[in-house]
Design a protein around this ligand. Structure first.
Ligand SMILES: Cc1cc2nc3c(=O)[nH]c(=O)nc-3n(C[C@H](O)[C@H](O)[C@H](O)COP(=O)(O)OP(=O)(O)OC[C@H]3O[C@@H](n4cnc5c(N)ncnc54)[C@H](O)[C@@H]3O)c2cc1C
Length: 303
């Protein structure tokens, strides 16, 4: 019986889907453009994944990778550029090859939004990942733009490294977990600028200051780095040929993580679930892996 399943994206959602599908005896291949573990692998401390009081992101991701690989996971390190429906299932088209599968699970997560004024400063002071680049600014002044959980997490992480952390919050409150906000606002080296937006980046070869606009007008804040954490959007650029129903740009899923296209499933941050967290991505992945395997079994029996 042919139970060939492709999973596009090797973050925690894709890995959880793989674990469930492999245990249902499916032949599972993950397509991953960078490294297995996805966004989780780049996170600092995770304090809300059940069974761990405090775990580093790479450790949690590594545990899942090892678990899936021990069950027989195959990985193709290629970027998926298109998916096409065929009479045998789906063609996965990567930058290098075309592969055929009976069922596909999309688990490509999100990509970060930009401010639109970054220009040439990306990599020369502007970053989208404090855990990746924070260490370059040890004992230097840095800034975080944003007011959600990501921005608060980034600022908290940087507060242990940088001399001072400015948080440019476009609203008068945070849109983040209260426990994290309290921790941030009580940090001695953190200054939150409310109702404030970044309007310009200044510097010669690298970032030296930012211009911000608040209720009192324009000001300049000296800073060596600007960490941009202003939300994200689903990573779906590759979905060129298939017409899949969306809900506010995220792929719409039913209770079984089935999309509007038969045999195509979705899980994790790229789906329209309301809470974008590791535990919900894993739960979505479990359902997608389970029901994609059941779908393959049903289709194979019918052949
Ligand atoms: C700063 C920050 C802090 C966070 N802290 C927490 C926390 O403390 N607790 C918590 O529960 N959650 C936290 N989150 C949220 C959590 O990280 C996400 O919910 C989770 O990582 C989503 O997993 P995913 O597998 O859906 O997507 P991702 O982890 O984004 O994985 C998607 C994968 O798909 C790959 N991919 C994308 N497009 C393609 C393509 N075309 N071809 C091949 N591969 C592709 C990507 O390379 C990536 O590896 C945080 C998020 C951020 C930004």
């Amino acid at each position: 019986m042919e139970l060939k399943i492709a999973i596009v994206g090797g973050g925690v959602a894709g890995l959880s889907a793989a674990i469930y599908a492999l245990r249902a005896n499916a032949d599972v291949t993950i397509f991953e453009q960078y490294g297995l573990g996805g966004l989780t692998a780049s996170l600092d401390k995770i304090e809300n994944f059940p069974s761990y009081t405090n775990v580093e992101g790479w450790q949690l991701a590594d545990n899942m990778v090892n678990q899936a690989q021990a069950l027989g996971l195959k990985t193709v390190y290629e970027q998926v550029v298109d998916i096409r429906k065929t009479d045998k299932g789906f063609d996965i088209i990567t930058s290098e090859n075309t592969y055929n599968f009976l069922s596909v699970i999309i688990a490509t997560g999100t990509k970060h939004n930009k401010l639109g004024i970054e220009g040439d400063f990306i990599g020369r002071g502007v970053s989208y990942c404090a855990t990746c680049d924070g260490n370059f600014y040890r004992k230097r002044p840095v800034t975080v733009a944003g007011n959600g959980n990501s921005a608060v997490n980034e600022a908290l992480y940087l507060s242990n490294i940088a001399s001072e952390v400015h948080v440019i919050n476009p609203a008068d409150t945070f849109n983040a977990d209260e426990i994290l906000v309290n921790r941030l606002t009580s940090s001695e080296n953190v200054k939150v600028h409310y109702n404030c937006t970044v309007t310009a980046l200044n510097g010669e070869d690298k970032l030296q200051s930012i211009t911000v606009l608040d209720n009192d007008g324009k000001h300049e804040i000296p800073t060596d780095a600007l960490f941009v954490a202003v939300g994200a959007q689903p990573a779906l650029d590759f979905l060129r040929s298939l017409s899949v129903e969306k809900d506010k740009a995220y792929i719409k899923a039913d209770d079984h993580m089935q999309t509007s296209v038969e045999g195509l499933f979705v899980c994790g941050d790229v789906s329209n679930g309301p809470l974008k967290q590791i535990v919900t991505a894993c739960a979505d992945g479990a359902k997608a892996g389970h029901y994609a395997s059941a779908y393959c079994r049903k289709v194979s029996r019918g052949k």
